[in-house]
Design a protein around this ligand. Structure first.
Ligand code: G
Ligand code: G
Ligand code: MN
Ligand code: NA
Length: 250
C-alpha cells in the first residue's frame, strides 16, 4: 500500500521522529524522566499517528527496523539530559514475541552509549499475555542488564492482577481512562486508589497517565501516587524543546 511504502521510505530516510513527554514527581512537579513517542509527518499523507503506523509495521514485519531507529534517536537525545533522568520507551507486542528483542535493544543502547540503567521499557498486559514464555524471558534478561520494565495502560487489559504476580515489573502506569475521571466519578477514584495501594504493597512505582487538570494532580497526590504524566505537566515535545524545558527546571 501507499502508506506502507511511505513508512518504509521514512525509516530508510530517517524521517520518523521522536518526541518526549515528561514524567514528573507529583510532590513537586520535578521531571524524573521522559516517555519517547514516535512522530511522523509525511509530505503527502500529513500527520500519521503511531497508533496507525506502529501496528502497520508490526503486521508487515518491519517493526524491528522502525523500533531500532526510534530507540537510537531517543537514546541519543537522552544523552543530553541530566544523568539521573530516565528514558521510557514503548515496546510493541510483536517485539515481545521475538526472542531477538533483548539483543537488539541492548545493542542499540551500546551503539549510542546510553547506560541500560537509564532505560525503561513500557509493555502492555495484552502483549505479555499473547506470548507469555518469550515475553517472560525478554523481561528477565533485560532486567538483569539493568533495564527497568513498566506495565503500560494498566487496568485496561485482561488478567491484570495475575500478570503482576507472575512477572517482575518495576513500575505500573495507570491508564488515563481511569485518571481522567477521578474527580468526577467515584468508581474511577476507588479503582485508582486501590491500584496505588496495591503497588505500594508490591513495592512497585506507580505513574498516573493523562493528568490534564490541577484537580487531577491534587487528588492523585492525596491518594499517595508518586509520579504523574499528562498535558498538565507537559505535552510531548521534540528534543530541542525538551532541552529548553529542562533548562527552565534548574
Ligand atoms: O502519542 P500517541 O497518543 O499518539 O501514541 C499513540 C500510541 O502509539 C500509544 O499507544 C503509544 O504507546 C504508541 N507509540 C508511540 N510511540 C511508540 C513507539 O516508539 N513504539 C511503540 N511500539 N509504540 C509507540
Ligand atoms: O499507550 P500509551 O500510554 O503509551 O500512549 C500514550 C499516549 O497518550 C500518547 O499518544 C500521548 O500523546 C497521549 N497523552 C499523553 N498525555 C495525555 C493527556 O494528558 N491527555 C490525553 N488525552 N492524552 C495524553
Ligand atoms: Mn506508553
Ligand atoms: Na499508557
Amino acid at each position: 500500500t501507499q502508506l506502507e511504502q511511505a513508512l518504509r521510505n521514512a525509516i530508510i530516510n530517517d524521517a520518523v521522529d521522536v518526541h518526549f513527554q515528561p514524567i514528573v514527581r507529583l510532590s513537586d512537579g520535578a521531571p524524573l524522566g521522559f516517555e519517547a513517542l514516535a512522530r511522523w509527518v509525511d509530505a503527502d499523507l500529513g500527520f500519521v499517528s503511531p497508533a496507525v503506523f506502529v501496528p502497520l509495521a508490526e503486521e508487515r514485519g518491519f517493526i524491528d527496523a522502525l523500533s531500532e531507529t526510534l530507540l537510537r534517536k531517543a537514546a541519543e537525545a537522552a544523552l543530553a539530559w541530566p544523568r539521573d533522568l530516565f528514558l521510557s520507551f514503548n515496546l510493541s507486542s510483536a517485539q515481545l514475541m521475538d526472542p531477538g528483542t533483548t539483543e537488539t535493544t541492548l545493542a542499540a543502547l551500546a551503539r549510542v552509549g546510553l547506560d541500560p540503567h537509564r532505560l525503561e521499557l513500557e509493555i502492555t498486559e495484552t502483549a505479555v499475555m499473547t506470548s507469555a514464555d518469550t515475553a517472560h524471558r525478554i523481561v528477565t534478561d533485560l532486567r538483569k542488564a539493568g533495564v527497568r520494565i513498566s506495565l503500560d495502560d494498566f487496568g485496561t487489559g485482561q488478567s491484570s492482577l495475575g500478570r503482576l504476580r507472575d512477572f517482575t515489573f518495576d513500575k505500573v502506569k495507570i491508564d488515563r481512562a481511569f485518571v481522567s475521571r477521578i474527580t468526577s466519578d467515584r468508581a474511577s477514584e476507588h479503582i485508582v486508589k486501590a491500584i496505588i495501594a496495591m503497588c505500594q504493597g508490591l513495592d512497585l512505582d506507580v505513574v498516573a497517565e493523562g493528568i490534564e487538570e490541577k484537580a487531577d494532580a491534587d487528588k492523585l497526590k492525596f491518594l499517595g501516587c508518586g509520579m504523574g504524566q499528562g498535558y498538565y505537566y507537559g505535552r510531548p515535545a521534540d528534543s530541542a524543546a525538551t532541552l529548553r524545558y529542562l533548562q527552565d527546571q534548574y
